[in-house]
Ligand binder design. Sequence first.
Ligand SMILES: Cc1ncc(C[n+]2csc(CCOP(=O)(O)OP(=O)(O)O)c2C)c(N)n1
Ligand SMILES: [Mg+2]
Length: 607
Amino acid sequence: MDDNADSGASLRRDIPVPAAASEGVWGSDAIAAMLRAMQIPYVCVNPGASFRGLHDSLVNFLGNERPQMLLCLHEEHAVAIAHGYAKVTGKPLGAIVHSNVGVMHASMAIFNAWCDRLPVIVIGATGPVDATKRRPWIDWIHTARDQAALVRGFVKWDDQPASIGAAFESLLRAQQIAETAPMGPVYVCFDVTLQETRLAAMPSLPDLARHRPPPPAHAAPALIEEAVHWLRSAKRPLLLMGRVTRDIEAWQARVRLAELLNARVLTDLKVGAAFPTDHPLHVAPPGIFLSPQAAAAVKDADVVLSLDWVDLAGTLKQAWGADAVGARVIQVSTDQTLHNAFSMDHQALPPTDLYLFCTPEPAVADLVQAIEALPRVLAGTTVTAAHKRLRTAPDAVSADARISIAMVADALRLAVGDDDVCLIHLPLGWSGEMWDFRHPLDFIGSDGGGGIGAGPGLTVGAAIALKGGKRLPIAILGDGDFLMGASALWTAATSGVPFLAIVCNNRSFYNDEVHQERVAKERDRPVANKWIGQRIDNPAPDLAMMARAQGVEGIGPVTTAGALSAALADAVACLKGGKGVVVDVHVTPGYSASMAAGITRSHNGKT
Ligand SMILES: Cc1ncc(C[n+]2csc(CCOP(=O)(O)OP(=O)(O)O)c2C)c(N)n1
Ligand SMILES: [Mg+2]
């Protein structure tokens, strides 16, 4: 294959033999030309006859470039890879999935991207809508009257255009909607007959410049003025930094806002880094759930500014319980435009005293500008650094000691030294104080929808986006997550994409052991049985071998503290050498107290 591939900062690409000047133009040639005009660099595919026309056009009409196909071993990976790419760039890739069964496979990953509010252009296909054109049997099982119904609850928009003109418009609209905040996946389904119809000539493409997504909307000046007044007169303002972009200037503006207000800040591990976690105003390490320290900061606040914070109502409730929320709440979000009747991912309805219906970036810019124009008076209390700083040197442990996730973090920090890192993913046992974030790409957030198995695909997608840059793409995954999604790594191997995935392997779906423990205690049954139906052991899958089976390096299992540093140093050297590498590290099971309390909270809210 190497003779027939190119490589470099771009991905390794399979180069087709040139096609003779075509005698005809086909419907799918026009669709492919449109994808190129939309400047979609890659389409993640798992093949299927329902889009054999489009597949041919991508290879033989476009030469497998702009967009380049990235072959995936499962449709869930195709969408997860596009999702991971969007986590870094904010831009959508295409994910092309087969009729019916392909969409079914893709559905969890579409849900993850939806909950994460990130764009993916999912392209599907259907067997002939015209029943007289269907091949026996297979075209009938792979045609649906309304295929998008499978995913309509968690895409922003879907369509099944019936002509090439309509297909152009549909793709334009799909891109525009996907990239407009709150962003999200969209689904466009092409009838096989439309793809395989011969056209008299290539239709002219629409002018892309006239169909761009709108610029971010700003809140009305009067609302900004009111928010400034509340925030400046607050004694203990609190900023909740939620879903924000990876833009460094916007990051700096958030720091400026916090400093101008002398406001306390909280961030969240469910979403990407939003504020320097080692800043003195950042008052508690980020988590998936609120730590007692973070809940105390919420309870202490007199004005809360939510920058599209995920689950604002639940956060306020954790601090205030059944009492009315004692702080004035300013909500900055457009998220309600996505709230539909299918999914409850909108969370509970937060009390909101002032609603800025825009995204965090324009709101923060406007707030900073308005505050800077005023005389400098600090209303907030002086806040001191409240959470434990990073350990600069790992605690001494004996060489044969078992490994904790905190020790993995310490060893990784030593292995990467001064290099910039993008933490693409973190395991459930991670704790916020293990790593400080100082740049929006230091950490790009979680899977969005809690769909386990996304980690490897997100890793590949983010690593594609980071390829050629200085930042090292490093994911830290749970073993359950790795095992469900491991074959996503093959796409990185075949495309020449370097990455490092460290598996914190507790040989269990441990999250659910924590649940079984809680249930056993509540029912006075043996806690000792919590591992049954959870442990991934006997035999323990050989994760390093699974990595090697996909064509990437596999190191481990690393079972003792003494072997960890050398293994991670080797892995980082491998990564810097341009390879994909997986390190299997056997860790002791265990979650932080707030994580364990958060996941096992009972239906009446008790922990
Ligand atoms: C697709 C899917 N299936 C099942 C679950 C339920 N679930 C939540 S966490 C978890 C265990 C994940 O295992 P691992 O990645 O090893 O992390 P650990 O729990 O061991 O920390 C499971 C099965 C889920 N969230 N998603
Ligand atoms: Mg596990």
